[in-house]
Design a protein around this ligand. Structure first.
Ligand SMILES: *[C@@H]1O[C@H](CO)[C@@H](O)[C@H](O)[C@H]1NC(C)=O
Ligand SMILES: *[C@@H]1O[C@H](CO)[C@@H](O)[C@H](O)[C@H]1NC(C)=O
Ligand SMILES: *[C@@H]1O[C@H](CO)[C@@H](O)[C@H](O)[C@H]1NC(C)=O
Ligand SMILES: *[C@@H]1O[C@H](CO)[C@@H](O)[C@H](O)[C@H]1NC(C)=O
Ligand SMILES: *[C@@H]1O[C@H](CO)[C@@H](O)[C@H](O)[C@H]1NC(C)=O
Ligand SMILES: *[C@@H]1O[C@H](CO)[C@@H](O)[C@H](O)[C@H]1NC(C)=O
Ligand SMILES: *[C@@H]1O[C@H](CO)[C@@H](O)[C@H](O)[C@H]1NC(C)=O
Ligand SMILES: *[C@@H]1O[C@H](CO)[C@@H](O)[C@H](O)[C@H]1NC(C)=O
Ligand SMILES: *[C@@H]1O[C@H](CO)[C@@H](O)[C@H](O)[C@H]1NC(C)=O
Ligand SMILES: *[C@@H]1O[C@H](CO)[C@@H](O)[C@H](O)[C@H]1NC(C)=O
Ligand SMILES: *[C@@H]1O[C@H](CO)[C@@H](O)[C@H](O)[C@H]1NC(C)=O
Ligand SMILES: *[C@@H]1O[C@H](CO)[C@@H](O)[C@H](O)[C@H]1NC(C)=O
Length: 573
C-alpha cells in the first residue's frame, strides 16, 4: 500500500509544482520528544509539514492516487453540486464534520497566502513549497467552482441538520447535501468580499509579490496565468459585494442556513480588506482609495477586536502598514499606520483589555475565546510576529516578539497541562480530536468510547484548546476543546514558516517529559458549551451544533427509550 502510494505520487498533477518523491509524511509523535539542532531546525520543518498535512486530511472530493498522501482517506461527496446542476466536488471539510463552508475557508486561504508572502523562504527551506501550492490550489480551485458566475457564490454545501446527526467515516456521509448560494438579488457582502480578499491575497502570492525583499514569496510559485485568473475572480467578487442589485447585507440574511455555524457580524471589515488586497495585488490606487473609504465609513480605527474568520480589522491595520512601507506610491502614511498598529498591539502586550491573561498566560477574550481558546491567541501572535520588525522603537519590537513567543510557547506545551495542542506532534499531544473522520467510530451515542482509541492520528491538527482555567480534558465529544478546523491551523502555519527561517532552537515541546499530561490530567468533566457537568448553562456558538446534536440525540434516545419502556410495562397492566 505504501509502495503503491509512493510510486503514484511521482506523477505530476496538472499545473502544480511537482511533489517531493518520496513524499513528506508526518513522523510518529514520539519524534517530537527528540531535541534537535540545525538551520533550518528539523523540528520546525517537520511541524510546518504536519500543519500542511492537516489540510490533506480534510480534503473532500476525488482523492486520486496522484494527490492523496493520507492512507486512511477516501474519495467522498463526489455528487456535491448536482442538486444545482454544478460540479461542487472538492475543497475542504470545514472541521470535525462534513460541511463545506466558504466564509471561513476564504479567511483561511487569505491568511495562509498572506503569511507565505511574508515568510515564503521558510516553506522553501522546509521543502514544503510544493505542498503549500497543492494545498492552496485544492482550496482555490474549489472556490473558483463555487464562484459559478460573476454574481453567484456558493457559501455552503452540506445540510447542517443532516450532517449534525451523523458521526462516522467518509464513506457514508449522508445525503442530500444541498448547495446554498448568494446571488445578485440575494447577496452577501461579507462572503463575496471575503472570497475576493482570498483570491487577491493569493494572486499576489502567485505573482511573487513581496512586502519586504528579504523574506519574499517562494519564487517557484510564480505563475502569471494562475495569478491573473485568481485576480479576475477577486475583482468580480468585489464588484458583486459592492454593487449587487440586492444591496449590501450580511450573507445569512440571504442564506439563513449558514447562520448556525458561521453567521457574520458585519461586512465593513471584509469590504476594506478585499479592496486593500486588490490594491496590493493589482498595484491599483483606485482600490486603495476604496479601502481607505470603507475603513472610515465603517469606523474601523481604534478597535480592539480579535482577528478571526469573522473579524478582520486587526489584520487591516497591519496590511495598511505593510503596504505603506512597501508601496509608498499608493498613498499610505507609514507613521500613522504604525500608530494604529501600536495602539492595538500595546493594549494586548500591556494587558490593557479587553483581553486578559489566564493564569498560565494565554491571551483570552471573553466570548471569542470561549469556544476555541487558542485561536485568538495564535492570531494575535501571528500578527505581532509579522508586525514586530516594523515597530517604531526597539522596545516595542522587543515586547511584541516576547509576547508572541509566550503565546506560541503556550500552544506548544508551555502550560500547566504540559500539552502541545497539535495532534501527533509529541507524546503529550491531544489524542482525541473531535473529528468524525479520524475517530473511526460511527456510534453517535458513544463518540467518546467507540472506539476506545481514535482510529487515525490526525497529524498536524491544532485543536480548540483548554478552558479559561487552562484545563484540558482531551475528550472527543468536548468540541470547544478538541475540535479541529481549517481556520485553527491558519495562524500556526504562518508562525511555523517564520520560525523555520528565523529560529534555530526547537519548538517548546521537545522539552516536555513523555507522560507529563497523564500526571496532571484534570479530574471530573469540563465546563463549557459541550459538556456542562458541574457548571452553568451552555452557550452555543460556532460549530457547536454538531456536538449539541450528538448530546440531544443521545438524550432524546434515552427519553424515548424510557417512554417506550414505561408504556410497555405500564399499559399492558
Ligand atoms: C500555471 O498555472 C496554470 C493554471 O493552473 C497551469 O495550467 C500551468 O501549467 C501553470 N504553469 C506553470 C509553468 O506551472
Ligand atoms: C509511535 O511510536 C511508539 C513508540 O515506538 C509506539 O508505541 C506507537 O504505537 C507509535 N504510534 C504510531 C501511531 O505509530
Ligand atoms: C478521479 O481522478 C482520477 C485522476 O485524476 C480520474 O482518473 C478519475 O476519473 C476521477 N474520478 C472521478 C469520479 O471523477
Ligand atoms: C530538502 O531537500 C534537499 C534536497 O533533496 C535536502 O538536502 C534537504 O535535507 C531537505 N530539507 C528538509 C528540511 O527536508
Ligand atoms: C476509507 O476506506 C477504508 C476502506 O473502506 C476504511 O477502512 C476507512 O475507515 C475509510 N476512511 C474514513 C475516514 O472513513
Ligand atoms: C438567489 O438566491 C435566492 C436565495 O438563495 C434564491 O431564492 C433565488 O432563487 C436566487 N435567484 C436566482 C436568480 O438564482
Ligand atoms: C521574486 O521576488 C524576489 C523578491 O522581490 C526577487 O528577488 C526574485 O527575483 C523574484 N523572482 C522571480 C522569478 O521573479
Ligand atoms: C459600482 O457601480 C458604480 C456605478 O455603476 C461604478 O462606478 C463602480 O465602479 C462600481 N464598483 C465596483 C467595485 O465595481
Ligand atoms: C490589474 O487588473 C487588470 C484587470 O484584471 C489587469 O489587466 C492588470 O494587468 C492588473 N495589473 C496588475 C499589476 O496586476
Ligand atoms: C504622516 O502622518 C504623520 C502624523 O501621523 C504626519 O506627521 C506626517 O507629516 C505624515 N507624513 C506624510 C508624508 O504625509
Ligand atoms: C527574526 O528574529 C529576530 C530575533 O528574534 C528578530 O529581531 C527579527 O525581527 C526576526 N525577523 C523576522 C522577519 O521576523
Ligand atoms: C525588511 O525587513 C528587514 C528586517 O526586519 C528590515 O531591516 C528592512 O528595513 C525591511 N525592508 C523593507 C524594504 O521594508
Amino acid at each position: 500500500m505504501r509502495n503503491l502510494l509512493l510510486f503514484q505520487l511521482i506523477l505530476p498533477v496538472l499545473g502544480q509544482l511537482a511533489l517531493p518523491d518520496p513524499p513528506f509524511l508526518p513522523p510518529n509523535a514520539s519524534s517530537g520528544a527528540q531535541t534537535t539542532s540545525g538551520d533550518p531546525n528539523p523540528q520546525w520543518t517537520t511541524l510546518l509539514g504536519n500543519l500542511i498535512y492537516f489540510y490533506d486530511e480534510q480534503r473532500s472530493g476525488n482523492l486520486s492516487s496522484t494527490n492523496n498522501r493520507v492512507p486512511w482517506r477516501n474519495s467522498s461527496a463526489l455528487d456535491d453540486g448536482k442538486d444545482v446542476g454544478l460540479d461542487l466536488s472538492g475543497g475542504y471539510y470545514d472541521a470535525g464534520d462534513y460541511i463545506k463552508a466558504t466564509f471561513p475557508l476564504s479567511f483561511t486561504l487569505m491568511s495562509i497566502c498572506w503569511g507565505a508572502t511574508d515568510y515564503g523562504k521558510g516553506y522553501d527551506m522546509a521543502n514544503q513549497t510544493a505542498y503549500l501550492d497543492s494545498m492552496l490550489r485544492w482550496g482555490l480551485d474549489w472556490l473558483m467552482k463555487a464562484h459559478s458566475s460573476p454574481t453567484t457564490l456558493y457559501v455552503l454545501v452540506g445540510d447542517a441538520n443532516v450532517d449534525d446527526a451523523y458521526w462516522g467515516g467518509d464513506q457514508n456521509i449522508p445525503t442530500p447535501r444541498l448547495s446554498y448560494a448568494i446571488n445578485d438579488t440575494s447577496p452577501g457582502t461579507d462572503a463575496a468580499a471575503g472570497a475576493s480578499a482570498a483570491f487577491a491575497a493569493c494572486a499576489a502570492l502567485y505573482s511573487n509579490r513581496s512586502f519586504n525583499g528579504s523574506y519574499s514569496s517562494p519564487a517557484s510559485l510564480l505563475n502569471d496565468t494562475y495569478a491573473q485568473t485568481l485576480l479576475t475572480h477577486g475583482q468580480q467578487l468585489y464588484t458583486f459585494a459592492v454593487n449587487a442589485t440586492g444591496g449590501q447585507k450580511t450573507y445569512q440574511t440571504s442564506v439563513p442556513e449558514v447562520a448556525a455555524a458561521y453567521g457574520s457580524s458585519s461586512f465593513g471589515d471584509e469590504l476594506t480588506i478585499a479592496a486593500l488586497f486588490l490594491a496590493w495585488a493589482n498595484a491599483s490606487a483606485q482600490y486603495y482609495q476604496e479601502a481607505q473609504h470603507y475603513f472610515q465609513q465603517y469606523q474601523l480605527s481604534g478597535q480592539n477586536s480579535v482577528f478571526n474568520w469573522d473579524s478582520k480589522t486587526p489584520g487591516i491595520y497591519v496590511l495598511f502598514a505593510q503596504i505603506a512601507q512597501s508601496s509608498a506610491g499608493l498613498g499610505g502614511n507609514l507613521t500613522s499606520w504604525q500608530a494604529e498598529c501600536e495602539r492595538y498591539f500595546d493594549a494586548i502586550v500591556n494587558n490593557d483589555g479587553p483581553a486578559f491573561l489566564t493564569s498560565d498566560g494565554l491571551l483570552y477574550y471573553n466570548g471569542d475565546s470561549d469556544d476555541a481558546t487558542l485561536n485568538p491567541a495564535l492570531n494575535a501572535a501571528m500578527l505581532l510576529t509579522r508586525y514586530a520588525p516594523m515597530a517604531s522603537t526597539s522596545d516595542k519590537k522587543a515586547s511584541y516578539v516576547k509576547f508572541a513567543q509566550s503565546q506560541l510557547d503556550y500552544v506548544l506545551g508551555d502550560n500547566s497541562m504540559s500539552v502541545p495542542y497539535i495532534v501527533g506532534s509529541n507524546p503529550n499531544s491531544p489524542s482525541n480530536p473531535h473529528s468524525a473522520m479520524a475517530s473511526g467510530g460511527d456510534d453517535i451515542g458513544n463518540i467518546d468510547t467507540s472506539p476506545p482509541q481514535e482510529a487515525y492520528v490526525l497529524y498536524g491538527a491544532v485543536v480548540g484548546g483548554p478552558d479559561k482555567y487552562d484545563r484540558f480534558y482531551d475528550i472527543r465529544s468536548d468540541w470547544p476543546e478538541t475540535e479541529v478546523a481549517l481556520d485553527y491551523n491558519g495562524p500556526m502555519i504562518t508562525l511555523a514558516a517564520m520560525h523555520v527561517l528565523n529560529d534555530t532552537s526547537d519548538p517548546f515541546f521537545t522539552s516536555l517529559q513523555a507522560g507529563a499530561y497523564a500526571k496532571v490530567r484534570p479530574a471530573g468533566e469540563p465546563c463549557d458549551a459541550a459538556i456542562t457537568a458541574g457548571c452553568g448553562g451552555p452557550t452555543l456558538s460556532k460549530g457547536g451544533l454538531i456536538a449539541m446534536a450528538v448530546i440531544l440525540s443521545v438524550v432524546g434516545a434515552v427519553i424515548l427509550g424510557l417512554l417506550i419502556w414505561y408504556l410497555w410495562t405500564h399499559i399492558r397492566k
